[in-house]
Structure formats: structure tokens, C-alpha cells
Design a protein around this ligand. Sequence first.
Ligand code: NAD
Ligand code: IPM
Ligand code: MN
Length: 367
Amino acid sequence: MSNPSILILPGDGIGPEVMAQVTRIIDWYGEKRDLAFDVSTDLVGGAAYDAHGVPLHDDTMAKAMEVDAVLLGAVGGPKYDDLDFSVKPERGLLRLRKEMDLFSNLRPAQCFDALADFSSLKKELVAGLDIMIVRELTSGVYFGEPRGIFNEGNERVGINTQRYTESEIERAARSAFELAMVRNKKLCSMEKANVMESGILWREVVTRVHADYPEVELSHMYADNGAMQLVRAPKQFDVIVTDNLFGDILSDCAAMLTGSLGMLPSASLGAPMDNGRPRAMYEPVHGSAPDITGQAKANPIACILSFAMALRYSFAEGAEADRLEAAVESVLADGVRTADLLGEEGVTPVSTSEMGDAVLAALDASL
Ligand code: NAD
Ligand code: IPM
Ligand code: MN
């Protein structure tokens, strides 16, 4: 049997810097765990625009549809701020999500014990935190029509449309209930049913799907209250399901609970492919961090943990995913810190590759 295939799209800014550490970890699995992958690399975002004039080449899109999993670093940056909207780096990422039909975006926010002091919240509020945000990723206001900037009378109007079909809500809800079943059987759905028809439908469909998961305790919350509750008492949540835009915002908010945006991984999953694996892309929640690009300061952990999610969700290697997550945890427990995680007296930050070295050493020690 051939090795499972991975397409790596490092992207822009710190994307290639953090992905370089993941490549070393993939190699480690081939050498030390007899778990070899066929890895190919291609361009996305500004890097693809520089080479091809588009943020995602059709050939790259085709490759993404063929592989078992895609790993993406980050896209975007000030260099591309003035580009036409249609070729902005972010469009490449959105095209991947849409054409791969990755409707379920899992964004875990876990507070490692060693980092409980780094959160902007009090330690007791975040210690032991382990929540999972399920963000619908292929629809809503990100993709709804009509959209555009139009002339209206003597001025212009910018239009985006929040649009959800019942089946789109249902499949996202189902994936959240499935996760709730293997976690703590507690799901909170967030929308704004008080002001948006799409929110009313969202609540109705989630409630209907609940009938298939009677063991799960379901609650509904308006998303603005949800944002407040996430910082007031985050441990009240286990799984949260929400739409594309609210999910984007709430997951950045949840990121700070864990100490740094540089810690948060994500998995974007679609329907099963012919081989039974879900179509999937894994990427850190953070962006290309132009303010620290090229300074070897980026924290590679979000990207490394995204590969751990690939081991778990694409390759059915749950024990190896546990091994990698435990390696990260032990490195943090040993006090190894990139610059985004400083705050303790007398700690000198390590570079991106030194954090990679530390995780590899912890993996070796796990054997
Ligand atoms: P950002 O996530 O790039 O950065 C926000 C802040 O967090 C910055 O101060 C940055 O230095 C810090 N940070 C982020 N990741 C870090 C890491 N791994 N280690 C240490 N510090 C880290 O968000 P932004 O500044 O709003 O956006 C910059 C660009 O990235 C924009 O073009 C945006 O569209 C894009 N973006 C891309 C993605 C993605 O590719 N998935 C996600 C978010 C933003
Ligand atoms: C994210 C990012 C993206 C989004 C951008 C870069 C398109 O913020 O993945 O969270 O808005 O979904
Ligand atoms: Mn975001």
C-alpha cells in the first residue's frame, strides 16, 4: 500500500517558518515510527500570487483534491493589501475551503497547565480549560450572494449576505453533536436568533438534529452573550457550534484564553472521500503575523498541533496524536517558551527552530 499523502502549503509570512518545524516532525514519524507520508509542497496566498498572479493556482487546487490531507501555514500580509479583492491572498484559502467543501472547522482551545499564567484572564478561570469550537466554514456571510460594492444613487454600497440553508446548518450541527458524544455530551449553539432570520433557522435546525442525540445536553446562546461568557466563565463550555463569522471571532477570543494565538490549531473537515478519510485541511488559527516575520520568533506550536489533529482525524493515528500533544505539553512544562509566551521572570525566549528542536527531543524521549 502506498503511503498516505500530504500537500503542504506554507503560504506567507511566518507560515513557512512554522511549517518548517512541522516538516521535521513529519520526517521524525517516518524515521522513528515507521509512519511515512508522501509529502508534496506548493504555493498559496501571496506566494502563489507572486509566482502565478493568482492566490491559488488551479493545479494546486486539483492537488488539494487528490491528497489525503492538506497542511496550510498562513496567508496574507501588508505587501498584498492593495491588490484587487479577487486576487488577495485570503481568497486562495477561502477557495480551498469552499471547493474542498470543508464545512466543519474544529478549533480546540485548550489551556496547558504550564501556560495558565499567560492567559489574559485569571489563572483559576482558565486552568484545565478544554473547549472545542465547531465553526461552519463554507457558507454564511463569507460566501452568500448578493455580494459586492455597488453604486446606489450618488454613493456606493457594500453588500454581503448572511445565507444558510437547512442542510448546511444540519451537517455542521451533526458534526458538533458527534464530537459532543465523544467528549462531555454538552453542546452550546450560538447565533443571533433575536435579530437574524438565519439565526432563527439555525436554532430550529440545531434543535431538530438534537432529537438524534438525546444524550447531549443542548443549550442556545446569543453570540454576543457567548463572547462575554467566554471571557467571564469559559469552563462552562465544552463544545460550541456556530456560524462562519461568529466562529471566526469567537475562536480568536478563545485563543487568548489559552495564552497565545500561537497555540491554537484547527482541522477543517468535509465529507468522506472514496478511501473513507474525510476531506481535510489542517491549519493554525493564527495568520501570517507580519509584525514578527523573519525574526525567528514565531511560535510553531499551533502548526505542530494542527499536524497532531491530522494524525487523529485523517490518519486514524490517535495514539501518535496523543504522543505529539504530550511532547508539546512536556516542552511547555519544562519552561521552553517562544517570545509570545513570556511573562515569567528570567526566562529567555527560544527561536522557532529551537522550539522545534525541543518538541523533537521530547518525541525521542517518548520512545
Ligand atoms: P495574525 O494572527 O497574523 O497576528 C495577530 C497577532 O498575533 C500578531 O501580533 C502576531 O505577531 C501574533 N501571532 C500570530 N501568530 C503567532 C505565532 N505563531 N507566534 C507568535 N505570535 C503570533 O493576525 P493579523 O495580524 O490580523 O493578520 C495578518 C495577516 O494574516 C492578514 O493578512 C490576515 O488576513 C491574515 N490571516 C490569515 C489567516 C490564515 O491564513 N488562516 C488567519 C488570520 C489572519
Ligand atoms: C481564519 C482567518 C480567515 C477567516 C481569513 C484569513 C480568510 O481569519 O482562518 O480565522 O476569516 O476565516
Ligand atoms: Mn480568523
